[in-house]
Design a protein around this ligand. Sequence first.
Ligand SMILES: Nc1ncnc2c1ncn2[C@@H]1O[C@H](COP(=O)(O)OP(=O)(O)OP(=O)(O)O)[C@@H](O)[C@H]1O
Ligand SMILES: [Mg+2]
Length: 239
Amino acid sequence: MQSINIDKIKKLDNVVNEAYKRLRTNVQLCGEEVKIISVTSNIPNEGKSSVAFNLAKSLAEVGKKVAFVDCDMRKSVLIGRYKVNKSVKGLSQYLSGLNDYEEVVYATNVENLHVIFSGPVPPNPAELLGGNKFKSMLRKQKSVYDYIILDTPPIGSVVDGVIVAQNSDGAIFVIGHGEISHKFAKNTKLQLEKCNCKILGAVLNKVPTGDNGYYGKYYGKYYGKYYGSYGSYGSYEKE
Ligand SMILES: Nc1ncnc2c1ncn2[C@@H]1O[C@H](COP(=O)(O)OP(=O)(O)OP(=O)(O)O)[C@@H](O)[C@H]1O
Ligand SMILES: [Mg+2]
Protein backbone atom coordinates (compact mmCIF):
# COMPACT_ATOMS: atom_id res chain seq x y z
CA MET A 1 0.00 0.00 0.00
CA GLN A 2 1.17 3.54 -0.71
CA SER A 3 1.82 5.75 2.26
CA ILE A 4 1.80 9.46 2.98
CA ASN A 5 2.92 11.72 5.74
CA ILE A 6 0.36 13.96 7.35
CA ASP A 7 2.54 16.73 8.71
CA LYS A 8 0.42 19.30 10.31
CA ILE A 9 -1.61 17.38 12.84
CA LYS A 10 -2.55 19.84 15.55
CA LYS A 11 -1.69 18.80 19.06
CA LEU A 12 -4.92 19.01 20.98
CA ASP A 13 -4.94 20.54 24.43
CA ASN A 14 -6.01 18.41 27.39
CA VAL A 15 -9.63 19.50 27.53
CA VAL A 16 -10.13 18.79 23.84
CA ASN A 17 -8.24 15.53 24.10
CA GLU A 18 -10.50 14.39 26.92
CA ALA A 19 -13.58 15.35 24.87
CA TYR A 20 -12.34 13.18 21.99
CA LYS A 21 -11.68 10.30 24.33
CA ARG A 22 -15.28 10.55 25.53
CA LEU A 23 -16.51 10.69 21.96
CA ARG A 24 -14.40 7.62 21.11
CA THR A 25 -15.79 5.71 24.08
CA ASN A 26 -19.35 6.62 23.17
CA VAL A 27 -18.80 5.51 19.60
CA GLN A 28 -17.40 2.18 20.81
CA LEU A 29 -20.43 1.78 23.06
CA CYS A 30 -22.72 2.00 20.04
CA GLY A 31 -22.02 -1.68 19.45
CA GLU A 32 -20.17 -3.90 17.04
CA GLU A 33 -22.57 -3.40 14.19
CA VAL A 34 -21.80 0.33 14.06
CA LYS A 35 -18.66 0.49 11.95
CA ILE A 36 -19.38 2.97 9.19
CA ILE A 37 -19.91 6.37 10.76
CA SER A 38 -20.74 9.54 8.87
CA VAL A 39 -20.07 12.93 10.41
CA THR A 40 -22.63 15.46 9.38
CA SER A 41 -23.93 18.97 10.10
CA ASN A 42 -26.35 21.46 8.70
CA ILE A 43 -24.20 24.35 7.55
CA PRO A 44 -20.54 24.81 6.60
CA ASN A 45 -17.91 25.42 9.21
CA GLU A 46 -19.53 23.70 12.19
CA GLY A 47 -16.54 21.39 12.54
CA LYS A 48 -17.41 18.14 10.71
CA SER A 49 -13.98 17.64 9.17
CA SER A 50 -12.18 18.42 12.43
CA VAL A 51 -14.41 16.11 14.47
CA ALA A 52 -14.26 13.35 11.85
CA PHE A 53 -10.47 13.43 11.52
CA ASN A 54 -9.77 13.66 15.24
CA LEU A 55 -12.24 10.87 15.98
CA ALA A 56 -10.58 8.66 13.35
CA LYS A 57 -7.15 9.43 14.81
CA SER A 58 -8.34 8.85 18.34
CA LEU A 59 -9.75 5.40 17.44
CA ALA A 60 -6.52 4.51 15.63
CA GLU A 61 -4.51 5.46 18.70
CA VAL A 62 -6.19 2.74 20.74
CA GLY A 63 -5.30 0.16 18.11
CA LYS A 64 -8.48 0.15 16.03
CA LYS A 65 -7.99 -0.19 12.31
CA VAL A 66 -9.55 2.93 10.85
CA ALA A 67 -10.24 4.29 7.38
CA PHE A 68 -10.98 7.98 7.10
CA VAL A 69 -12.83 8.69 3.85
CA ASP A 70 -13.21 12.29 2.73
CA CYS A 71 -16.61 12.26 0.99
CA ASP A 72 -16.71 16.05 0.61
CA MET A 73 -15.80 15.96 -3.05
CA ARG A 74 -16.95 19.53 -3.60
CA LYS A 75 -14.69 21.30 -1.14
CA SER A 76 -12.10 19.19 0.55
CA VAL A 77 -9.80 20.85 3.04
CA LEU A 78 -7.90 17.79 4.12
CA ILE A 79 -4.87 18.01 1.86
CA GLY A 80 -4.29 21.71 2.49
CA ARG A 81 -5.02 21.61 6.19
CA TYR A 82 -2.82 18.66 7.09
CA LYS A 83 0.00 19.43 4.66
CA VAL A 84 0.04 16.07 2.96
CA ASN A 85 3.52 15.50 1.60
CA LYS A 86 2.76 14.50 -1.97
CA SER A 87 0.08 14.71 -4.60
CA VAL A 88 -2.51 12.02 -4.13
CA LYS A 89 -5.38 10.34 -5.92
CA GLY A 90 -8.79 10.21 -4.30
CA LEU A 91 -12.37 9.05 -4.03
CA SER A 92 -13.73 10.85 -7.11
CA GLN A 93 -11.11 9.13 -9.26
CA TYR A 94 -11.97 5.72 -7.83
CA LEU A 95 -15.75 6.12 -8.03
CA SER A 96 -15.59 7.40 -11.59
CA GLY A 97 -13.46 4.42 -12.63
CA LEU A 98 -10.23 6.30 -13.36
CA ASN A 99 -8.22 4.57 -10.64
CA ASP A 100 -8.26 1.28 -8.78
CA TYR A 101 -9.01 1.11 -5.07
CA GLU A 102 -5.37 0.33 -4.22
CA GLU A 103 -4.33 3.55 -5.92
CA VAL A 104 -6.50 5.80 -3.73
CA VAL A 105 -6.06 4.33 -0.27
CA TYR A 106 -3.04 5.51 1.73
CA ALA A 107 -1.44 4.37 4.94
CA THR A 108 -0.38 7.33 7.08
CA ASN A 109 2.21 8.17 9.70
CA VAL A 110 -0.57 7.66 12.26
CA GLU A 111 -0.40 3.93 12.94
CA ASN A 112 -3.64 2.06 12.03
CA LEU A 113 -5.05 5.08 10.18
CA HIS A 114 -5.64 4.83 6.46
CA VAL A 115 -7.01 7.71 4.42
CA ILE A 116 -8.92 8.15 1.19
CA PHE A 117 -8.81 11.76 0.00
CA SER A 118 -11.64 13.33 -1.94
CA GLY A 119 -9.83 13.73 -5.27
CA PRO A 120 -10.58 16.45 -7.84
CA VAL A 121 -14.11 17.88 -7.93
CA PRO A 122 -16.22 15.67 -10.22
CA PRO A 123 -19.20 17.04 -12.18
CA ASN A 124 -21.60 14.68 -10.40
CA PRO A 125 -20.63 14.06 -6.74
CA ALA A 126 -24.13 13.04 -5.61
CA GLU A 127 -24.44 10.53 -8.44
CA LEU A 128 -21.07 8.98 -7.60
CA LEU A 129 -21.93 8.72 -3.91
CA GLY A 130 -25.36 7.27 -4.70
CA GLY A 131 -23.95 4.58 -6.98
CA ASN A 132 -23.19 0.93 -6.36
CA LYS A 133 -19.45 1.41 -6.46
CA PHE A 134 -19.51 3.49 -3.29
CA LYS A 135 -21.74 0.94 -1.56
CA SER A 136 -19.52 -1.97 -2.48
CA MET A 137 -16.38 -0.06 -1.46
CA LEU A 138 -17.87 0.45 2.00
CA ARG A 139 -18.86 -3.21 2.19
CA LYS A 140 -15.32 -4.26 1.39
CA GLN A 141 -13.86 -1.80 3.88
CA LYS A 142 -16.15 -3.17 6.56
CA SER A 143 -14.36 -6.50 6.35
CA VAL A 144 -10.93 -4.85 6.67
CA TYR A 145 -11.39 -2.04 9.19
CA ASP A 146 -12.88 -1.71 12.65
CA TYR A 147 -14.20 1.74 11.79
CA ILE A 148 -14.79 3.71 8.61
CA ILE A 149 -15.25 7.41 9.30
CA LEU A 150 -16.91 9.40 6.54
CA ASP A 151 -16.49 13.17 6.32
CA THR A 152 -19.33 14.87 4.43
CA PRO A 153 -20.44 18.25 3.07
CA PRO A 154 -23.16 20.11 5.01
CA ILE A 155 -26.61 18.60 4.50
CA GLY A 156 -28.29 22.00 4.36
CA SER A 157 -26.40 22.85 1.16
CA VAL A 158 -26.23 19.71 -0.97
CA VAL A 159 -27.76 16.25 -0.99
CA ASP A 160 -24.37 14.45 -0.79
CA GLY A 161 -24.32 14.42 3.02
CA VAL A 162 -27.66 12.65 3.27
CA ILE A 163 -26.61 10.10 0.64
CA VAL A 164 -23.42 9.36 2.57
CA ALA A 165 -25.33 9.16 5.86
CA GLN A 166 -27.76 6.69 4.29
CA ASN A 167 -24.82 4.48 3.39
CA SER A 168 -23.46 4.55 6.93
CA ASP A 169 -24.44 2.57 10.01
CA GLY A 170 -25.07 5.82 11.83
CA ALA A 171 -24.39 9.54 11.76
CA ILE A 172 -22.77 11.85 14.28
CA PHE A 173 -24.48 15.21 14.11
CA VAL A 174 -22.09 18.13 14.70
CA ILE A 175 -23.64 21.36 15.91
CA GLY A 176 -21.49 24.48 15.96
CA HIS A 177 -22.23 26.30 19.20
CA GLY A 178 -24.04 29.55 18.42
CA GLU A 179 -23.90 28.89 14.69
CA ILE A 180 -27.35 27.47 14.04
CA SER A 181 -30.68 27.88 15.80
CA HIS A 182 -32.35 25.05 17.67
CA LYS A 183 -35.12 25.05 15.10
CA PHE A 184 -32.62 24.63 12.30
CA ALA A 185 -30.89 21.80 14.15
CA LYS A 186 -34.24 20.11 14.73
CA ASN A 187 -35.09 20.33 11.03
CA THR A 188 -31.81 18.70 10.15
CA LYS A 189 -32.45 15.91 12.59
CA LEU A 190 -35.90 15.35 11.04
CA GLN A 191 -34.40 15.39 7.57
CA LEU A 192 -31.91 12.67 8.55
CA GLU A 193 -34.62 10.60 10.21
CA LYS A 194 -36.86 10.82 7.17
CA CYS A 195 -34.07 9.24 5.15
CA ASN A 196 -33.74 6.45 7.70
CA CYS A 197 -30.35 7.64 8.92
CA LYS A 198 -29.65 6.54 12.42
CA ILE A 199 -28.32 9.42 14.51
CA LEU A 200 -25.77 8.05 16.96
CA GLY A 201 -25.41 11.27 18.90
CA ALA A 202 -24.57 14.92 18.60
CA VAL A 203 -21.35 16.80 19.11
CA LEU A 204 -21.81 20.32 20.36
CA ASN A 205 -18.67 21.88 18.95
CA LYS A 206 -16.95 25.23 19.47
CA VAL A 207 -18.32 25.63 22.96
CA PRO A 208 -16.78 28.66 24.70
CA THR A 209 -15.13 27.45 27.89
CA GLY A 210 -16.21 30.53 29.80
CA ASP A 211 -12.98 32.11 30.99
CA ASN A 212 -12.16 35.59 29.79
CA GLY A 213 -11.16 36.59 26.27
CA TYR A 214 -13.82 34.91 24.21
CA TYR A 215 -12.37 36.39 21.05
CA GLY A 216 -8.77 36.61 22.16
CA LYS A 217 -7.61 33.03 22.00
CA TYR A 218 -9.90 31.26 19.67
CA TYR A 219 -8.38 27.82 19.71
CA GLY A 220 -7.67 27.73 23.40
CA LYS A 221 -11.16 28.68 24.37
CA TYR A 222 -13.20 26.11 22.57
CA TYR A 223 -13.67 22.44 22.91
CA GLY A 224 -15.88 19.75 21.49
CA LYS A 225 -18.50 18.18 23.67
CA TYR A 226 -20.18 14.90 22.88
CA TYR A 227 -23.70 14.04 23.78
CA GLY A 228 -23.53 10.31 23.61
CA SER A 229 -27.15 9.41 23.72
CA TYR A 230 -30.04 10.32 21.62
CA GLY A 231 -31.81 11.33 24.81
CA SER A 232 -29.51 14.17 25.61
CA TYR A 233 -29.84 15.34 22.07
CA GLY A 234 -33.59 15.42 22.68
CA SER A 235 -33.20 17.64 25.68
CA TYR A 236 -31.06 19.97 23.61
CA GLU A 237 -33.87 20.64 21.22
CA LYS A 238 -36.54 21.25 23.85
CA GLU A 239 -36.35 25.06 23.92
N1 LIG B 1 -13.68 22.84 18.56
C1 LIG B 1 -13.11 23.77 17.77
N2 LIG B 1 -12.47 24.80 18.31
C2 LIG B 1 -11.92 25.76 17.56
N3 LIG B 1 -11.95 25.78 16.22
C3 LIG B 1 -12.56 24.78 15.62
C4 LIG B 1 -13.18 23.70 16.35
N4 LIG B 1 -13.72 22.85 15.46
C5 LIG B 1 -13.45 23.36 14.23
N5 LIG B 1 -12.76 24.51 14.33
C6 LIG B 1 -12.31 25.38 13.20
O1 LIG B 1 -13.46 25.80 12.49
C7 LIG B 1 -13.20 25.80 11.09
C8 LIG B 1 -14.20 24.90 10.37
O2 LIG B 1 -13.95 23.56 10.79
P1 LIG B 1 -14.18 22.33 9.82
O3 LIG B 1 -13.48 22.53 8.51
O4 LIG B 1 -13.86 21.12 10.60
O5 LIG B 1 -15.74 22.47 9.57
P2 LIG B 1 -16.66 21.72 8.52
O6 LIG B 1 -17.98 21.56 9.18
O7 LIG B 1 -15.98 20.51 8.04
O8 LIG B 1 -16.77 22.80 7.38
P3 LIG B 1 -17.28 22.53 5.86
O9 LIG B 1 -18.74 22.32 5.94
O10 LIG B 1 -16.93 23.81 5.16
O11 LIG B 1 -16.55 21.34 5.36
C9 LIG B 1 -11.76 25.37 10.90
O12 LIG B 1 -10.97 26.51 10.78
C10 LIG B 1 -11.45 24.61 12.19
O13 LIG B 1 -10.08 24.68 12.51
MG1 LIG C 1 -15.53 19.84 6.11
